[in-house]
Design a protein. Structure first.
Length: 383
C-alpha cells in the first residue's frame, strides 16, 4: 500500500490552537462584555463625550504652546479660564436674551405648527395635535386619586411603614408637580455637564498617561501599534472637532445675520439652534430648517420664503464649501454611510447615539483602516 505524502500547510493565517474550554470562556466573556456595554450605554457615551472635550482642550493647549513657551499645566489653565470666562460672559450678557427669544420661539413654532396642521387637514392629511396635556390639572387629578386610595388621606403617610427612597421621590414628585420634574431635569443636566467637564479636564491634563495606561493591557509586541492607533484616533478627533466648531460658528453667524436682515423675530436663537444642530449631520440641519421656516411663517409667507432662502444658501455653503474643505483631512465618509450610521446608533442608543454618531464613526474608521485594512489585508488605507 502506497503511503500518501504529507499535506503541506496552506499559506495564510491560521487560528491558534485553543482548547475547547478556553474558546468557551472567550465567547462567554465577549457576550458578557456586549451585555455590559448595552446596559451601560448611556454612561459609556457620557464618558466618550468627556473624552471628546478632553481632545478639544488638548488641541487648544497644543495651539497655545506654539505661541507661548509655558508648561502644559499653565497653558491648560489659561485655556480653561478663557473658555470659562467666555461661557460666563455669554450667560450673563446674552442669557436673558436667549431665554426670552427661546420662549417666544417656542410659542411661535407651536402656533405655526398648529396652523400647518389645520391647513393639511383641509387636504385630508390628519396629523396629531401639537399641544401638551395640562400638567397642573393632570397632577391634581393624580394627587386626588392617590389621596383617595390611601387610608386616611395624607395621614396614611404617617401611619404607614417607612418607605423606600424610590417611593418617597415618587410622592415628592406627585406633591410638587411640574416643579419636581424641572428641578430633577436641571440636576440631571447639571450632573452630566459636570461629569463631562471633569473628564475633559482630567484627560487634557495628562493625555499621555491615559494612553500609556491603556496600552499596558496590550501584549508587548503589539504595544507600538496600539500607541499609533490611539494617537491616530486622537488626531482624527482633534481635526474633526476643530473643523466642526468652525462650521457651526459660520452657520450661526450667517443665519443670525440673514434673518436679522429680513427682520424675522428671534434671529439670535434661530441662528444659535441652527449652529448647535449642525453638530448632528443630516438630521440636525433638517430640524433647524423646519424651525426656521415655522418661525418665518409668523411674519408672513414672504418672510417664510426669505427665511427658507437664507437657510438654503447657508446649507449650500456648508455642504459644498466648508465641509469638503475643512473636513476632508479629518473625516471622509460618504453622506449615505453617515446617515445609515446615525440611524443604527440612534436606534441602539437614542439621542446620545445620534448626537455622537459622527465622532464614533470617526473612531471606527481609524480602527478599520489601521487594524483591518493595513495590518490584516496588507493594503494602503488611503487609495
Amino acid at each position: 500500500m502506497q503511503q500518501g505524502t504529507p499535506i503541506k500547510d496552506e499559506p495564510g493565517p491560521h487560528p491558534a490552537n485553543w482548547s475547547l474550554a478556553a474558546s468557551g470562556i472567550a465567547v462567554v466573556a465577549f457576550i458578557a462584555l456586549l451585555i455590559l456595554a448595552w446596559t451601560a450605554a448611556s454612561t459609556l457615551l457620557l464618558i466618550f463625550a468627556g473624552i471628546l472635550l478632553g481632545v478639544f482642550l488638548d488641541g487648544l493647549t497644543r495651539l497655545l504652546g506654539q505661541v507661548i513657551g509655558l508648561g502644559r499645566g499653565l497653558r491648560l489653565t489659561i485655556v480653561s479660564l478663557i473658555l470659562g470666562g467666555l461661557t460666563l460672559g455669554f450667560l450673563v450678557f446674552g442669557g436673558a436674551t436667549v431665554v426670552q427669544q427661546g420662549r417666544e420661539l417656542g410659542q411661535t413654532v407651536t402656533k405655526q405648527a398648529g396652523s400647518v396642521r389645520d391647513r393639511l387637514k383641509e387636504y385630508g392629511i390628519d396629523l396629531p395635535a401639537f399641544s401638551a396635556p395640562d400638567a397642573t390639572s393632570g397632577n391634581q387629578d393624580a394627587e386626588g386619586d392617590a389621596a383617595d386610595k390611601k387610608p386616611g388621606g395624607l395621614g396614611g403617610l404617617a401611619s404607614g411603614a417607612i418607605k423606600s427612597p424610590g417611593s418617597l421621590l415618587s410622592d415628592a414628585g406627585s406633591v410638587l408637580g411640574p416643579a419636581a420634574a424641572v428641578v430633577t431635569g436641571l440636576f440631571s443636566a447639571l450632573g452630566n455637564v459636570l461629569v463631562i467637564v471633569f473628564l475633559g479636564l482630567a484627560c487634557a491634563a495628562d493625555p499621555a498617561s491615559y494612553r500609556d495606561g491603556a496600552v499596558r493591557f496590550v501584549p508587548p509586541r503589539y504595544r507600538p501599534r496600539a500607541t499609533a492607533l490611539l494617537d491616530g484616533m486622537g488626531e482624527t478627533l482633534r481635526h474633526w472637532l476643530f473643523g466642526q466648531l468652525i462650521t457651526m460658528a459660520v452657520i450661526f453667524v450667517c443665519i443670525w445675520a440673514g434673518l436679522s436682515f429680513l427682520g424675522i423675530g428671534g434671529a439670535l436663537i434661530l441662528g444659535l439652534q441652527a449652529g448647535l444642530l449642525a453638530f448632528i449631520p443630516t438630521i440636525g440641519p433638517l430640524i433647524a430648517g423646519v424651525i426656521i421656516v415655522l418661525a418665518g411663517l409668523a411674519s408672513g409667507t414672504n418672510a417664510a420664503l426669505g427665511a427658507f432662502g437664507v437657510y438654503l444658501v447657508v446649507q449650500c455653503l456648508e455642504s459644498y464649501g466648508l465641509t469638503p474643505f475643512i473636513q476632508k483631512r479629518a473625516l471622509d465618509i460618504p453622506p449615505a454611510t453617515i446617515f445609515a450610521g446615525q440611524l443604527v446608533l440612534g436606534v441602539l442608543f437614542g439621542l446620545w447615539g445620534i448626537a455622537l454618531a459622527l465622532p464614533l464613526m470617526a473612531v471606527i474608521k481609524v480602527v478599520l483602516e489601521q487594524v483591518y485594512i493595513e495590518d490584516t489585508l496588507d493594503e494602503e488605507a488611503d487609495v
